[in-house]
Design a protein around this ligand. Sequence first.
Ligand code: ZN
Length: 118
Amino acid sequence: MTLSERQARQTRLMVRLLSWAYLQPILASGDMYLKVTWVVRSSVYQKVLVRLRRSRTLKGYHQDGLAWDIQLYWRDGRPVWGRKHYVWIGEEAERIGLEWGGNWKSINDPYHIQERRR
Ligand SMILES: [Zn+2]
């Protein structure tokens, strides 16, 4: 992937993610809020994660900046864990053409959203 190709793909994803701003009022009217982190991981850092068994792949979408991690929080600041709380967000992600890690069979990762694999 060339640099400009990667930048174009990252930009398209960012635009899609910005549409998620509309999720915030829905969440805020309930008892949770959402944080999205976008970090481009280096190959060295990814190797560390694999060694720590926090990731299983050396060629992940995070290294190309084509993935985000999401985390819901209760109003008092405690993180919300458990796939069931993330299903509707995953459905939203799939609806706008993204891929939700909660649908994966191998490593089920409900806290992960990325560009759809081709
Ligand atoms: Zn992730």
